[in-house]
Design a protein around this ligand. Structure first.
Ligand code: G6P
Length: 487
């Protein structure tokens, strides 16, 4: 590492997590699209890439102490450095600040979750844990990054790391990508002062900021304006102090070839057949999500129940398969949400026995099996950075399945035209009506829409997402504007 590394990726969750079992440690891939999108890039760069991540569990910490991280380079083809973050600090940085404060701010979930303020504990966690971890990331990056190399920070866990790195390495080319939505002033301003300003200033330490879609770019620009930065919307440029930051959208893509191939293998096929068997007579609805308030899962079940209540003809044979896997269960908000999901399902099933099958463990092949055979896929988030399921579904589906999609999903920008739209995801009646429209649609129209959905879902190669970012960063390093036009 003496000469430094060409590309440094930094994210909370690395490409793999360790799991300790009776026969020792194994590795698993984390949830979300981040690892899937960046791993191929790191593999391609090989020894010229380093991925820095945090230890996210006791198993990660134990594996790191046992020296197992060193072996990852052989397995993955590039080096992974895990930062040893103690449990107490990690909890405050991850649960309290990243997930309770920043994630809820990014998705404007304050009213949804009845959160009306924060106190000393949260502000203390910001200073003692979030800032500390972000500084450690910046220091670790600065140790390995070559002066001319690129640094790619990922997501809301690392909002202030660009600013910290900038103060150590003023000339480094720094990028930050937010994988979630970015709600705007309305979301960020509910954080205690001075955190909204700290978040934006930390991000403005980067040369280039990326978001999935234009809506989140504009949310960020509103917040930058609010802290007094000079915002040039026509050029997607923010000037603050003596620095310039460019802001662009880079919608993440999915790997259609991989998904299709995996979904045709034996495990997914067994699940697909099993689901088909169950629904021989009627339509199959599917959803696949993390157990997450922003995904709006409870209202989806309420809408399905409402539809079955008033349409006995549909209620007779329709089935809903929901693959909802647990997430962030160390937080009371997520534990409560998981309970509400089970209650919502129980209430519908009490009225319509057998109508919903709820799976609450993560099983990629089961999800792929369900996606192959749905007639209607429900994706109704309140707000969601992208939502890859809305693209993955149409790619693997074999039954001219329709997509019912809310405007809150980032993927609405690419998938909205051919989907059946839910304007207001909080409106259960409108959601029930959208499901009904999908279930009643004629075969001709279904097949036209399914074809259009397939086309949109794979309009760009998966590598487009990162290649565009890298090309823009090269342009910035050369003193030019990014090649990608502003949105
Ligand atoms: C979202 C975030 C990712 C995160 C993933 C899973 O997609 O943008 O950064 O990794 O959710 O959440 P978790 O808290 O389990 O990492």
């Amino acid at each position: 590492m003496d000469e430094g590394t060409g590309v440094v990726i930094a994210s909370n969750r690395g490409p793999v997590s360790f799991v300790k079992g009776p026969d020792g440690f194994s590795t698993t891939r984390g949830a979300g699209g981040l690892a899937g999108a960046l791993d191929p890039v790191a593999r391609q760069l090989g020894h010229d890439a380093v991925w820095i991540s945090a230890t996210t569990s006791d198993d990660d910490r134990d594996a790191l102490h046992a020296g197992l991280c060193d072996g990852l380079e052989r397995e993955l083809g590039y080096a992974v450095y895990m930062l040893d973050i103690d449990k107490e600090t990690y909890k405050k940085y991850y649960d309290t600040v990243s997930n309770r404060m920043l994630w809820f701010a990014n998705h404007c979930l304050w009213d949804e979750l009845g959160i009306d303020g924060f106190g000393e504990e949260e502000i203390a966690a910001w200073d003692a844990a979030y800032e500390q971890v972000n500084r450690r990331f910046a220091a670790a990056v600065s140790e390995v990054a070559s002066p001319g190399g690129l640094v790619l920070f990922q997501d809301y866990h690392l909002y202030t790391a660009p600013g910290h790195l900038r103060s150590i390495r003023p000339d480094q080319v720094i990028f930050h990508f937010t994988h979630s939505s970015f709600c705007s002033v309305e979301g960020l301003d509910r954080l205690p002062k001075p955190l909204p300003k700290r978040v934006i200033e930390g991000m403005l330490g980067a040369d280039l900021l990326g978001f999935h879609v234009a809506q989140w770019v504009h949310g960020f620009l509103d917040c930058a304006e609010r802290i007094g930065a000079r915002v040039d919307r026509a050029r997607g440029r923010v000037d603050h102090g003596d620095r310039t930051t460019w802001v662009r959208e880079y919608p993440i893509q999915v790997d259609a070839g991989f998904l299709r191939q995996r979904s045709r293998q034996v495990h997914a096929t067994e699940w697909a057949n099993r689901f088909l068997d169950r629904t021989r007579k009627g339509p199959l609805l599917v959803r696949a999500d993390r157990s997450e308030p922003s995904k709006n899962i409870v209202r989806g079940f309420e809408a399905f129940g409402m539809l079955l209540d008033r349409r006995p003809d549909i209620a007779k044979d329709a089935r809903f398969v929901a693959c909802v896997y647990p997430s962030r269960q160390s937080m009371p908000e997520y534990q409560r949400y998981t309970r509400s999901i089970k209650e919502a399902v129980a209430s519908v099933v009490a009225r319509h026995p057998g109508s919903i099958e709820l799976f609450m463990e993560d099983d990629f092949d089961r999800t792929l099996g369900a996606l192959r055979v749905y007639d209607v896929l429900l994706v109704n988030p309140i707000m969601d950075g992208m939502n890859l399921v809305a693209k993955e579904g149409p790619i693997v589906n074999e039954r001219d399945g329709l997509l019912v999609l809310s405007t809150g999903a980032g993927s609405f920008e690419e998938m909205g035209d051919a989907s059946i739209q839910i304007e207001d995801p909080l409106d259960v009646t409108a959601t029930a009506a959208a499901l009904e429209r999908a279930l009643d649609m004629e075969a001709d129209e279904r097949s036209k829409r399914a074809e259009a959905l397939r086309r949109s879902a794979q309009a760009r190669e998966p590598a487009w997402w990162i290649d565009t970012q890298l090309a823009d960063l090269e342009a910035i390093a050369a003193g030019d504007e990014p090649l990608t036009p502003p949105c």
